[in-house]
Design a protein around this ligand. Sequence first.
Ligand SMILES: [Zn+2]
Length: 165
Amino acid sequence: MRTPICNGCAWAKSLCPECKQKLDRGALSQLDVDVSRILYRINETHNISRASFLNSVDFGNVVILLTDSEPGILIGRRGKVVSALSLALGRKVRIIKKDGDIKRLIADLVSPARLLGINAVYSAGQEKLKIRICAPEGKALYLDEGTLQSVIKSWIEKDVDIIIE
Ligand SMILES: [Zn+2]
């Protein structure tokens, strides 16, 4: 299993100098450490050793875990792994695959709302992405528009407009 902390730090009470330094310079968050430690424990009972956990994004009552391995590993059969994570963190957890596929990343992030389209628009020589989303009927998005906008913007390093239809 790959996580942002080393195997030793998964079981030790405090972090080794190397992981501690990553935490201090912000390459790692406390939530990343907590999630990694939980994953190592889950790995004792559910085999998730093929999982690769990149980092977590904290949205308060929702935590997103980014993975570059098959997301199904961290979801687990019938959602067992993600439920155990959610229980340990006391928050809702979503697993999202992060690789070069921006469209799928955004579609996963906004789900269960539907991604209708992504268009690049240019103004004053700057590229901006217009992302059109169709909210599920009668349901609110689990992340509000402003949060979606800022998280997508930080991931793709481009200006983003979210349009909900
Ligand atoms: Zn370490």
